[in-house]
Ligand binder design. Structure first.
Ligand code: GTP
Ligand code: MG
Length: 321
């Protein structure tokens, strides 16, 4: 997408444009991906007027039936962020991609947060070095964001960038509960374009939801709220051509073994359907870690080995004969 200005839309004058903008609808792409009912509620603009604006936005972006070849062209705009490990990059088909949501799943201490930290640094590099040339938003729901660790990674990678500058370009938001987390996600539609944000991390996506909605009787409500958050993130990936990375926990289910592991991702079908690429992580021998694609529309179901080091995540050296 092309980041079209709202002023170019039929029937949208400065007042209307300002209402849309203050509701986080900052470009024509966001108008197209947001449900009209939600636009009307957020902006106070009448529903029928909203429908006309949305129709005009769709027309401008030529949304409708497109040929598969046009989709091929659109996907060429996709950008990829290196994970700092060749093996992991191979697993992800080159890196964490934009216009998609990538989910890192695994038990405590497996390395989900460490991968996210490495991405926070890599995303700031220029594209020729595997980065996205942009800033990062990190929504921390567990209080596990450690700036010192990012500083260590940035230093160990011996980049041309000053580690302090790298820390300055990571915008951190500590989410204290699921409602706060939803609100922060909502704010991203304004925050990302205004601050050159090219990568969004939510670590973890589900922790607060699991902690707050306990018991079967609250499951439906939890899933509905989680779904709404996930869909907002998905829309963000499309509207601003950026990758979103979320982490997910596991629960033990001995009846269903994932990748030689009785742990199963939490969040049920809602999580499974919303995420584009699902990566399952587990601990391997001698402190190594294994990552496997468990669901993706096009990444093959491979697995690779990596390790957590001062540089964030790195390849495991091949054994010498
Ligand atoms: P939860 O958030 O608890 O679900 O786990 P997680 O998957 O996010 O784990 P995390 O990414 O925090 O990984 C923790 C593991 O990373 C620890 O067990 C350490 O083995 C490793 N680790 C953390 N910091 C460092 C470091 O500075 N150097 C090295 N070499 N390893 C580290
Ligand atoms: Mg973590």
């Amino acid at each position: 997408m092309t980041n079209e200005d709202l002023a170019a839309l039929e029937g949208v004058g400065p007042a209307m444009s300002s209402k849309l903008r203050s509701a986080g609808l900052t470009n024509v792409e966001t108008v197209v991906v947001t449900p009209p009912k939600e636009i009307a509620e957020k902006t106070g603009i009448g529903f029928n007027t909203v429908l006309k604006i949305v129709a005009s936005a769709r027309k401008m972006l030529n949304i409708g039936f497109i040929s598969a070849n046009e989709l091929w062209e659109k996907r060429k705009n996709m950008v990829k962020c290196s994970l700092g490990s060749e093996e992991l990059n191979k697993l992800f088909g080159g890196g964490i991609e934009s216009q998609a949501m990538t989910e890192l799943i695994g038990e405590y201490g497996v390395g989900k947060t460490q991968i996210c930290f490495t991405l926070c640094v890599m995303a700031q590099l220029p594209p020729e070095k595997g980065g996205l040339n942009g800033n990062v938003v990190f929504i921390d729901t567990e209080g596990t964001f450690i700036p010192e660790r990012i500083f260590e990674i940035a230093t160990a990678l011996e980049l041309d960038l000053d580690p302090h500058e790298i820390l300055k370009n990571i915008f951190l938001a500590r989410a204290y509960n699921s409602a706060h987390q939803s609100l922060l996600i909502e704010q991203l539609f304004k925050f990302c374009p205004a601050n050159n944000v090219k990568l969004v991390v939510v670590d973890s996506m589900i922790g607060h939801f699991r902690g707050e909605y306990i018991g079967r009787e609250h499951l439906a409500e939890r899933q509905q709220k989680l779904n709404s958050c996930l869909h907002k993130l998905l829309r963000l990936t499309e509207a601003y051509n950026l990758p979103v990375v979320i982490t997910n926990q596991v629960y033990a289910n001995p009846a269903q073994v994932f990748f030689g592991d009785p742990n199963k991702p939490t969040g049920g079908h809602i999580m499974a359907h919303a995420c584009t690429h699902r990566i399952f992580l587990r601990k391997g021998a001698r402190g190594t870690r294994l990552a496997r694609v468990i669901d993706s529309p096009y990444l093959p179901e491979n697995s690779v080995r990596f390790k957590i080091t001062a540089k964030g995540v790195e390849d495991v050296p091949a054994p010498t004969a």
